[in-house]
Each structure stands twice: as C-alpha cells, then as structure tokens.
Design a protein around this ligand. Structure first.
Ligand SMILES: [Zn+2]
Ligand SMILES: [Zn+2]
Length: 95
C-alpha cells in the first residue's frame, strides 16, 4: 500500500512506510512536543513520542485532542508498528 504524508497538506506519496517516516522526520520542520518541550521529528515519530512518553490525559490537555482523535492516532501507531522496520528507520535517522 502507498503511504501519504499528511503534514501541512504535503501530499508526498511513498511506496513503503519507512520512506514516509524518514521523509516526515527529515523534510519537515521539527515541532516541539507540547507536553514536555522536547524537539521531536514530525509525523509518526512525534505521535509516537507523545503516546509513549506521556499519558493520554497529558496529550489531550496539551493538544486539545478529542477522544476520537486519540483513537485514530492509536490505530495509526499500531498499524505502522506492525509493518515498519523501526531499526532501519533509526539507523537512517542517526546517520
Ligand atoms: Zn511531507
Ligand atoms: Zn514530550
């Protein structure tokens, strides 16, 4: 399946999820986590940071997210985690 980057209407399409995540982390400006202020790679990795490092309640408060949005992001994380090679992504990003 094709993966589309949805950051700021970017619209770039990638054949594999690793390429999409690396694109998001390197081509887009890195946002600050609204909970702890850490600069994180945008896109999937930003969501992953927020959900792994912080509680759902903190996320909802800082981002003003609805429970529907939280559920959508949880589903996205699960979907990506089941298909993405995180080691490959980490290696690409630390180069
Ligand atoms: Zn993009
Ligand atoms: Zn954070």
């Amino acid at each position: 399946m094709a993966w589309e980057c949805e950051i700021d209407g970017c619209g770039s399409v990638f054949d594999d999820v690793e390429a999409a995540i690396i694109h998001q982390a390197t081509e887009h400006e890195r946002p600050e986590c609204k909970v702890c202020g850490t600069i994180v790679p945008d896109g999937y990795l930003a969501i992953r940071h927020a959900f792994n490092e912080h509680s759902r309640a903190e996320y909802v408060r800082a981002y003003g997210a609805s429970s529907e949005e939280v559920r959508e992001r949880e589903e996205l994380l699960e979907e990506i985690e089941s298909v993405a090679d995180m080691e490959l992504i980490a290696n690409q990003l630390t180069r």
